[in-house]
Design a protein around this ligand. Sequence first.
Ligand SMILES: [Zn+2]
Length: 465
Amino acid sequence: MAKWYEDEAFANKVCKLVYDNYERLGKKGKPVAGREWTMLAAVVAVFEQEQGEGTKIHDYKVELISLGTGSKCLGRNQLTSTGNLLNDSHAEVVARRGFLRYLYQELENAYTSRQSIFITNEENHVCSLKNYVSFHLFSSHTPCGDASIFPKGEDSTMIINNAKRKNVDLNDQDCPSSKYLCVEELGQQVEDQCQNERNFCENVQDSDLQNQNIGTGSDIHRTGAKCVPDGLQDAHDLGSYYHNVGILRTKPGRGNPTLSMSCSDKIMKWCVLGCQGALISHFLAKPVYFSSVVLGKCAYDASAMRRAVSERAGAVSVLPEEYVVTEPRLLQGEVEFEHSKRKTEEMNGEGKGEDKKLTASPSAIIMVKNPLLLEISVNGLKQGVTKANRNSQKSRLCICKAEFFNQFKKILALVPNHQLNSSPTTARTYKQFKNEAVQYNKGKEQFRAVFNTWMEKPTHLEEFT
Ligand SMILES: [Zn+2]
């Protein structure tokens, strides 16, 4: 057997593992068959194993760490300063936040001398990942935002046919279906892509990308994610004039615009600063990077994905020690998600001959294997929350900021003298502890120097204790 990156079947193994786990979950929180659709994402771990004494035969096993389905994000008017709400409920974000719960669990194991993926340094008490484990992000679909903008080619035939069948109004930018899902609307004929290329080059200042041609004379896939307010805007003209590429975007939300960056942008940030976030970086010697991003069968373009996820990030320089712009392997499996929009449309079309209205699932599933957590999210809180207990601890999801802060404080209490390599802390709030992650914030400064229109949530929303 080979290492995971030498194994041609790796992407399909990841798809199968994630879909099998999803199937076993039962119906709660899943879309209503034939009427609703969703997206699925997961984080999986690869454990390298050396087999046989004195031999060099390698093998690996893939394990599911966390899984999430997607629903719409909360608009900026709905955000609160309690840390109780999950603002961004896209599948990739849910899966990554579930992964953070796993990291907290493993840190607890390390600091209490139980078996863990981390080893602790006796002197400064920070943890390092053992070298036999790597983490991989799976998504059933191309991430929203920049990765979703690409020419329609032969591989996308099924999507084009679908859009034609549904007679999508291409000029109606406000139709609900174009507001959430990426890669599903039909663009129009491209006649000239000079403007796009020019805008793109101005934006990313990367000469290697200047020859990139996103039109190739065909239609383009679009994204529902909107350009950040202070950056270059989309022209919304025909064909490839519609979008600019390589730029930062925010997600559409319920009712009003969100402050949540698109999944393409977030994944790119994880390639620079790691996917562990500021709080967990306090405990780690190095950031944690995803080694690959694996997609299920969906409309996909390898060069758009590369541009969105790693090439754009190449402009970030002078990162602090241990931080590096990482290029995850970008892979695609051949298995389609059973509750994808396309499959649901197909199923709906095969129904009683009448087109029922399809909607995105209003709920999202959050599942973590260890610690074992399974919750259903609706509007950023647990399903079934009543108005009376909206602000209570019972209503919040295991992956909201307030719960992460509790986890953080619990781990900090396990560190000898409650102190890491930095000087004694005066921090009290969630935001203050994030600000004290020195190396992470140095990296973030460099990141922000390039991506200076990145949307940040107002500071007061993170000043809870
Ligand atoms: Zn997304």
